[in-house]
Design a protein. Structure first.
Length: 357
């Protein structure tokens, strides 16, 4: 614990010192340079919890340090690459023990190279985020609303917290028009232990649209299981921006997992409303509902083990940017979850240090 804390603090101080010597812009601004971009993202969270009854306690760590980096860029006119690493968590040894695993997170989240044709077609190989059709999965991990032990989020769904999303394989994208794109993937299955040795694959297709007033996504995946059967995932999300300051996001997902005796089912729905009165502050309210359990991958909550089948969670999360840009983010979350008789509070900070070459 002391060693992990020291690493996090050193990373934080190093990034702050480098920023004092740099004129790097906000992490949300894209570089006009077609070269390389490196972003270092240290984050710390403090997560006190308060019991509200005698129920089961959640896996919650008081202090959670994390460290990410993103290295991306263009090589010439047609070739681009993206490398996202997760260097530190509460138990950093797990990230490195899990190298080249399909079923567990490791220190490499994404690592891919893509060839982009002039006609809007792109073909790439490497490690990608599975293209599900919900905005919760579309967001970056370091933007999760409070991180607890094991890298989970207290305001995320059971699918987000359980399913391995980063896999090796092939990714093909095509722009149907200026606002709509189609993505097809053949990736290693999260049910396999090793991406190349397990010889188990997943197949997915995503349709996404983005407009000034919001967007929408729809996706379907087939995930190969050790039995040779396929788990099926169907997901959809919509986002609507109104009154210039409000953002409403609704996600829904259905998961079917065939077993010897029956097909296990898991469903979830989530709604989030974000209010952003200025560039320096935003606040979000979220409510989620889940039903069912998929035992092969541990998605949902097993009623036979004494857990509730119908799960409700919700809370409020706020972000504050004290600097003139959005490189430093102070965040806080308050959440309730009926699976555990606890109330959670979380406070933390994330720093985005941008290097351009």
């Amino acid at each position: 614990m002391k060693r992990t804390t020291l690493i996090a603090l050193c990373a934080w101080l190093s990034a702050m010192a480098l920023q004092a010597q740099s004129d790097a812009s906000s992490h949300e601004q894209e570089s006009d340079d077609e070269g390389l971009q490196l972003t270092i993202i240290p984050r710390v969270d403090i997560n006190p919890s308060f019991s509200t009854g005698n129920g089961e306690s959640a896996d919650n760590n008081l202090f959670t340090p994390t460290l990410y980096t993103v290295f991306e860029g263009n090589i010439g006119k047609h070739v681009s690459f993206y490398l996202s690493n997760h260097w530190l968590t509460y138990h950093p040894e797990d990230l490195y023990h899990n190298t080249f695993h399909s079923d567990l997170p490791s220190w490499v989240d994404q690592a891919n190279v893509n060839y982009n044709f002039d006609c809007g077609l792109s073909v790439g190989l490497g490690k990608y985020a599975t293209a599900y059709g919900i905005y919760e999965e579309d967001a970056d991990d370091w933007d999760a609303h409070s991180i607890i032990g094991g890298g989970g989020s207290i305001l995320a769904s059971g699918f987000w917290n359980s399913m391995m999303v980063y896999e090796w394989g092939l990714n093909v994208g095509y722009d149907l028009d200026d606002n709509t794109s189609l993505t097809g993937q053949v990736l290693a299955s999260p049910y396999g232990e090793k991406p190349f040795d397990s010889k188990m694959y997943s197949y997915g297709l995503q349709l996404s649209s983005e407009y000034e007033t919001g967007g929408s996504m729809l996706a379907g995946q087939l995930l190969e299981m050790p039995s040779g059967k396929f788990a099926k995932v169907l997901s959809a999300g919509t986002q609507y921006l109104f009154n210039n300051n409000f953002d409403l996001t609704i996600d829904a997902l259905a998961y079917w997992e065939p077993n010897e005796d029956k097909t296990h089912k898991f469903y979830q729905a989530q709604a989030s409303l974000t209010y952003t009165p200025s560039d320096k502050f935003s606040i979000m309210g979220r409510l989620g509902y889940e039903n069912g359990f998929a035992p092969e991958y541990g998605i949902g909550y097993d009623e036979e083990a004494g857990c509730k089948k119908n799960t409700i969670y919700g809370g409020v999360s706020a972000n504050y940017y004290p600097l003139n840009n959005q490189d430093l983010r102070i965040h806080g979350t308050a959440a309730l979850h009926n699976q555990w008789d606890e109330a959670w509070l979380s406070f933390g900070a994330t720093y985005f240090f941008n290097l351009f070459k």
